[in-house]
Design a protein around this ligand. Structure first.
Ligand SMILES: Nc1ncnc2c1ncn2[C@@H]1O[C@H](COP(=O)(O)OP(=O)(O)OP(=O)(O)O)[C@@H](O)[C@H]1O
Length: 239
């Protein structure tokens, strides 16, 4: 079964077309980078995938569930990290996660076990009692990633999750999420405009002006040139 399937998706803000007949499918356990410059349509796609916006046309399927016909099942199969942080900074790490687990109907022993597992997975176990406000930006982001694992989704959506982080935190988080995909079989859709977050084995979608310019394995698409050069050359081509 395809983990994430987008078929003929379009979206416009008034006359401004943000996504133009977008189609792609991501197989389970794949780390899929969605690479595009500012304004490419990445956040619009995330808003449609997470049902913040209703898709006026096209179809989205998550872990076999149609997002418009079976939204609860589709949304339960996904973990999301939005571009803007959404933690409660006055709560501890543990409390942030407990609150989120409760929203997903998890409580008591199950919630505690899942939270411990998620914190362990992100190397955050020793920070459970710290207030989110006291964490460095990189650790806040890691907490958000741990949070999106608590209900055991099979598909993770991350919208430019390293924005505003220093180089070391950026590298650590990118490595963590690649590892989640590799070791735990999670499907990842990672939106970015930074080519150094993408590995040669990753699936790569290049999005530009609402359209897919490329879809393949990053290493094969870039050939012998650095991915940054390949990307800049492709998006510089006339429409
Ligand atoms: N609320 C809005 N009203 C009108 N146009 C919008 C709105 N939001 C986005 N757009 C336009 O839609 C297009 C896609 O924007 P979107 O934010 O999805 O791109 P993005 O790839 O996420 O860019 P960024 O990396 O800057 O977040 C852009 O041309 C943008 O100007």
């Amino acid at each position: 079964m395809t983990a994430l399937h987008v078929e003929h998706l379009s979206y416009a803000y008034g006359r401004k077309v943000a996504l133009d007949d977008l189609s792609f499918a991501v197989e389970p356990g794949t780390f899929c980078a969605l690479l595009g410059p500012n304004g490419a349509g990445k956040s619009t796609l995330f808003s449609l995938l997470t049902r913040l916006f209703a898709a006026p046309s096209g179809r989205i399927t998550v872990a076999g569930h149609d997002l418009s016909r079976a939204p609860r099942k589709a949304l339960a199969a996904m973990g999301v990290v939005f571009q803007q942080p959404t933690l409660d900074l006055d709560l501890t790490v543990q409390r942030n996660l407990t609150y989120f687990a409760a929203l997903h109907g998890l409580s008591g022993r199950t919630a505690r076990a899942r939270i411990a597992e998620a914190l362990e997975r992100l190397d955050m176990a020793d920070r459970a009692r710290e207030r989110a406000r006291d964490l460095k930006c990189g650790h806040r982001r890691r907490l958000e990633i741990a949070r999106c694992l608590v209900h055991r989704p099979s598909v993770l959506l991350l919208d430019e999750p390293t924005v505003g982080l220093d180089a070391a935190s950026r590298r650590a988080i990118t490595a963590h999420v690649h590892d989640l995909s590799r070791s735990d079989g999670l499907t990842v859709l990672w939106a970015t405009h930074l080519t150094d977050e993408i590995e040669d084995d990753d699936r790569l979608l290049i999005l530009h002006r609402g359209r897919l310019l490329e879809d393949g394995t990053a290493g094969a698409l870039r050939g012998t040139r650095p991915l940054a050069d390949h990307f800049l050359a492709r998006i510089a081509e006339p429409a």
